[in-house]
Design a protein around this ligand. Structure first.
Ligand SMILES: [Zn+2]
Length: 121
């Protein structure tokens, strides 16, 4: 049984899942027609505020689809999928969020402390 991109964990907020679903469908149909050399996705995650999709053996059109999803992640709230007023800021760690979701994030105390220490120097 071939492993689908849908079988690996999507280590990011649900706001990005529709973009990943598009990639997943394209890969599944490509793989159904290319059983000998399927495209593989080893990891999907959020890193430094952007979507990362690690893939192998994907054809040009799927690579473009992946690049499009990654580009869109910088303008799409990772939590709710909104594209209004989305920014990528440091709140303890870098996140791409809309203003409403950003309000719910509390900066990590240790990082804030570290920043204060740095300012004192
Ligand atoms: Zn949001």
């Amino acid at each position: 049984m071939m492993k689908s991109i849908k079988d690996i964990p999507w280590e990011c907020g649900k706001g990005w899942w529709p973009m990943i679903e598009k990639v997943a469908s394209a890969i599944d149909s490509f793989n159904a027609a290319h059983l000998d050399s399927p495209a593989e996705v080893s990891q999907i995650k959020q890193k430094f505020g952007g979507l990362r999709i690690y893939h192998h053996n994907a054809p040009e059109d799927i690579r473009q689809l992946i690049d499009k999803a990654i580009e869109a992640s910088w303008h799409t709230c990772e939590k709710c999928g909104s594209t209004t007023g989305v920014t990528t800021n440091l709140e303890g760690y870098r996140l791409t969020l809309c203003p409403d979701c950003r309000k719910e994030i509390k900066p990590r105390k240790t990082i804030r402390k570290r920043i204060e220490l740095h300012i004192k120097k």
